[in-house]
Design a binder for this molecule. Structure first.
Ligand code: FAD
Ligand code: NAD
Length: 400
């Protein structure tokens, strides 16, 4: 009989873990596995606030896919997925020939959500990808580099607005506060010329998170010069400024958008039922009504049975889903039944720049260096799983 073809789209946390699981559990005599990704590298989305602010080199946050997956077991295709045709069981690629699949794993991540705010895609830095991080880093440096060369510098030149005080916004501004003093020194710019804002729509930054930890983070960031505007939704971004719903305008040459995510548009284009681009998957991670399509990571939506609300999309969940999708496809091919995905939430840790972080681990609150230590240990554990000790030693974080 013909060997089934398993196609994985996207080499993020979900896709890499699915491929890793399949290469371990499924012999090449049983199935062919293909992984399609835009780049020949996998990047750590969860670290991107660092290269974006310029506090970590972007190469540290990426890994060549061929170095961590076995090309003899997984066929690695560098291409951009343009369309998924579930009726024909085909994937349309930008450059190569269409791919036919027997089982598909969609793991192409997310894009910025705008909630109807205008001008976001045109006038803000909204791409939380390695390329996006690199571009933002250069933009920040450029603003400093040009400052002294102008006849008349304007306040907006060194004003940085972060839209959204969620985890991405908070982690990014934390790094920026560490980078700004270095840039001021490097480009002879007085520190007081630089303004950093976080603008948040909800009545608190990090809405829903532990209030003590939120206060800790905000105090620390304010101390480093961040100005928070809370309860102030942004309604529009224009070139050189943001406009708030209450009419206030803030002039800023650099606007960083971080108000949450929606599933990759590939999902909606495929006609798969979705909510903000995310597929509410069956307990075994398949898309409703599609027996051969698994959707994982930021493209998927799963409900927390205790709170009856969706889990926020995280790398933690994406990785676990990747492993489960790999297991369930193996089961199906071996004639068994797929099983239910049950996330194990170990905690939430956010870095705040320098040696600072905060968050919860198994519901215990953690602050400062010890929180950062735990965060780096968890990053290192992932690298260990992905590529063993050598990967952890080359790309891992020094937890101390
Ligand atoms: P991703 O990891 O984003 O990977 C998607 C992959 O698909 C990418 O490699 C991309 O190149 C590829 N791709 C996209 N489109 C195409 C296409 N058309 N064709 C081919 N390939 C394509 N979560 C945590 O749990 N802990 C954290 O500490 C944390 N920190 C974060 C910090 C930041 C700054 C950000 C932005 C997010 C953070 N998150 C964190 C959230 C986490 O990064 C995401 O939930 C996670 O990356 C989702 O994994 P994924 O596999 O769905 O997608
Ligand atoms: P988020 O949904 O966590 O936060 C977005 C914030 O933007 C919210 O506080 C929201 O109220 C605010 N907002 C929405 N519209 C706005 C507007 N028009 N103007 C101003 N503010 C507005 O999204 P995120 O921070 O982009 O994170 C995306 C996902 O990645 C989340 O699931 C998050 O948990 C996860 N993440 C986790 C970590 C971590 O664990 N350390 C770090 C980054 C991201």
């Amino acid at each position: 009989a013909k060997k089934p073809h398993i196609v994985i789209l996207g080499a993020g946390y979900g896709g890499m873990m699915a491929a890793n699981q399949l290469q371990k559990k499924m012999g090449t005599d049983r199935a062919n596995v293909t992984l399609v990704n835009k780049h020949d590298y996998h990047y750590q989305t969860t670290w991107l606030h660092e290269p974006a602010a310029g506090t970590l080199h972007h190469d540290k946050a990426r890994v060549e896919i061929r170095k961590v997956l076995n090309p003899a077991k997984v066929n690695i295709v560098q291409d951009t997925v343009e369309q998924v045709k579930t009726d024909e069981k085909q994937v349309v690629l930008k450059n190569g020939d269409d791919l036919s699949y027997d089982y598909l794993v969609i793991a192409v991540g997310s894009i910025a959500e705008t909630f109807g705010a205008e001008g976001v895609y045109e006038h803000s830095y909204h791409k939380w990808t390695l390329d996006g991080a690199r571009e933002l880093k250069d933009q920040i440096e450029f603003q400093f580099a040009q400052y002294r060369n102008q006849e008349e510098a304007e306040e907006q030149d060194l004003t940085f607005v972060v839209a959204g005080g969620g985890f991405t916004g908070i982690e990014f501004i934390g790094e920026l506060t560490e980078r700004v003093p270095e840039l001021c020194e490097q480009y002879d710019v007085p520190r007081e010329k630089v303004r950093m804002y976080v603008i948040e729509a909800a009545p608190s930054a990090l809405p829903g998170f532990d209030p003590e930890l939120v206060e800790y983070a905000m105090n620390l960031l304010e101390h480093r010069g961040v100005e928070f505007k809370i309860n102030k939704p942004i309604s529009e971004v224009q070139e050189g400024k943001v406009i708030l719903k209450d009419g206030e305008e803030i002039a800023a040459s650099t606007v960083i958008w971080a108000t949450g995510v929606r599933g990759n548009p590939i999902i909606e284009d495929a006609g798969i039922e979705a909510n903000r681009g995310r597929v509410k998957v069956e307990p075994d991670l398949r898309a409703p009504g599609l027996e051969d399509v698994f959707v994982i990571g930021d493209c998927s939506l799963i409900i927390n049975e205790e709170t009856e609300r969706p889990y926020p999309p995280t790398a933690q969940i994406a990785m676990q889903q990747g492993i489960k999708a790999g297991e369930n496809i193996t089961n199906l091919i071996m004639g068994g039944a797929p099983t239910k995905f049950e996330p194990e939430i170990l905690g939430t840790l956010a870095s705040l720049g320098g040696k600072e972080a905060m968050g919860t681990v198994k519901e215990r609150k953690m602050y400062g260096r010890s929180a950062l230590f735990m965060k780096h240990m968890s990053d290192n554990r992932y690298l260990m799983k992905l590529g063993g000790l050598s990967l952890m030693l080359t790309k891992g974080r020094n937890p101390l």
